[in-house]
Design a protein around this ligand. Structure first.
Ligand code: AMP
Length: 197
């Protein structure tokens, strides 16, 4: 297989969620990555939206890199169909490897694991530990309340507009993926991420 054109890290639920639109969006993201010759970097499981995005990428001819801690191999159903499946010791190793292997980050609907991963790369970005673009796919209004709260944080003086501006939030899968891939520069990590965490 040729070198992937780009590499996108996707954070998403280890559950499918109630609304079928969530899985449809995960499917669309994986299909877009595969059809554009890209690589998916993700948490390496087959459960929930994680499994959906990985299988869609693979089916569309994309490359799939999974990174899963040993302790979650059974719980999150480690995906042996990955082109690369890295079984690591800790959650910190997982997140560092996922960040290092990616040109951009995209969060889909998910739970606290997804939130934590998104907020971590967002805070790393604002501190200048990397300069990779960040996206939030707001499927079926799932993140409306979060966006409302974040704007409340800006209005309350705890966040700057520029920090909000680092996160590309959109309900349009294709437009968002295009924005992320196009704004990913050639040299993304001013500081090796392993030095941060
Ligand atoms: P969730 O959104 O809660 O379904 O979790 C999505 C993914 O995030 C799963 O692969 C979880 O293992 C992972 N996750 C959960 N907690 C954390 C954490 N503290 N740091 C990094 N990933 C996590």
């Amino acid at each position: 297989m040729a070198e992937p054109a780009f590499s996108v890290c996707v954070y998403c639920g280890s559950r499918p969620g109630e609304n079928p639109a969530f899985a449809e969006a995960a499917q669309a993201v994986g299909t877009w990555i595969g059809h554009h010759g890209g690589q998916l970097v993700y948490g390496g499981g087959r459960s929930g939206l994680m499994g959906t995005v990985a299988e869609a990428t693979r089916q569309a001819g994309g490359r799939v890199v999974g990174v899963i801690p040993q302790a979650l191999v059974d719980k999150e159903l480690a995906n042996r169909l990955c082109d690369e499946l890295h079984i690591v010791q800790t959650m910190h190793e997982r997140k560092a490897m996922m960040a290092e292997r990616s040109d951009a980050f995209l969060a889909l609907p998910g739970g606290i694991g997804t939130f934590e991963e998104l907020f971590e790369v967002w805070t790393w970005r604002q501190l200048g530990y990397h300069d990779k673009p960040l996206g939030l796919l707001n499927v079926a209004g799932y993140y409306d309340a979060l966006m409302g709260f974040l704007n409340h944080s800006v209005a309350s003086g705890f966040m700057g507009e520029w920090q909000m501006g680092l996160l590309h939030a959109s309900a349009d899968t294709e437009a968002l993926l295009r924005t992320l891939v196009q704004s990913a520069g050639p040299d993304h990590a001013p500081v090796p991420l392993r030095d941060v965490i």
